[in-house]
Write a protein that binds this ligand. Structure first.
Ligand code: SAM
Length: 265
């Protein structure tokens, strides 16, 4: 995340009280800690040393010390190091106390205008084109909004791939530079997104959260008909499921059959 003032009062109190702070990058963290007059000792805990640093952290806890963990920005363990250390600390019999705070995905969702009840946090897509497309293909029928993180040097290819694979009417929210000076939150149909991005090079700068709205029901079936059809499809061949669903719900057999085919696809 981006704004120094996004930190919570509880996080500041905790950082002031602990004996040491495990940081993704100690120099980066020092600037932040100095800003708030926090003098706790720091040590590095990042993706390349998480196991050894986790062991060091556990040693300190065994000596009766208290240790906080922070990442460069946002919440540790979410597309950031920390999860393995948390698991190791818990396995060693110590409690891990979460301090809620800034998280780019939650921040973007809260101002996205996406009204779907469910979302799937995907994080970063694979950097290589073929793997990225394959992953988007896998995600395209997930019945939830999709939340991605992306870096500026890959934003163009990622948005191009999302537009190529996903249904054109699905909405894309580009949430850029959240809580920073050039914050921008835009919602548009995914099919229009590549042109929007290309229209101004500033739109490709900074840090990004991308949110895609959930797929729309293609057949226009109501919730009950959809539920019955899905239950029957789990047990019966397509034709028979559509026929029975039509008898139960009163919805046209053909509509149900078409929807059943789409679901199977
Ligand atoms: N742990 C962090 C969190 O809780 O949000 C995420 C860390 S991840 C390494 C960094 C990615 O998060 C960036 O590439 C970007 O996709 C997203 N991100 C972080 N800060 C952001 C911001 N201020 N605006 C938009 N996206 C942001």
């Amino acid at each position: 995340m981006g704004n120094l003032a996004d930190i919570t009062l509880r996080a500041l109190e905790t950082l002031k009280a602990v004996d040491a702070v495990a940081c993704e990058d100690t120099r980066h963290a020092r600037r932040f800690l100095d800003h708030y007059g926090i003098r706790a000792a720091t040590f590095a805990l990042h993706e390349h040393n998480e196991q050894e640093a986790g062991a060091k952290l556990i040693d300190m806890l065994r000596q009766g010390k208290s240790v906080a963990m922070i990442s460069d920005a946002g919440t540790p363990a979410i597309s950031d190091p920390g999860a393995k250390a948390v698991a190791a600390v818990q396995a060693a019999g110590f409690a891990v106390i979460p301090l809620p705070g800034p998280n780019a995905a939650a921040t973007a969702l809260s101002a996205s205008g996406i009204t779907d009840a469910r979302f799937l946090f995907v994080g970063f897509l694979p950097p290589k084109a073929a793997a990225r497309r394959a992953e988007i293909e896998r995600l395209k029928s997930v019945d939830a909004a999709l939340v991605f993180y992306e870096a500026p040097h890959r934003i163009e290819e990622t948005i191009t791939d999302l537009a190529a694979v996903l249904a054109p009417e699905r909405e894309l929210v580009v949430a850029r530079e959240l809580t920073k000076l050039f914050e921008q939150i835009v919602r548009l149909p995914i099919a229009e997104a590549p042109a929007w991005l290309a229209a101004d090079s500033n739109r490709q700068r900074g840090e990004f959260v991308l949110i895609i709205s959930a797929p729309k029901e293609r057949s226009g079936l109501d919730g009950e008909a959809e539920r019955v059809l899905k239950a029957l499809l789990a047990e019966l061949p397509t034709k028979q499921a559509a026929k029975l669903a039509a008898e139960i719900t009163g919805v046209s057999k053909n509509d149900l059959y078409q929807r059943a085919l789409a679901l199977k696809e």
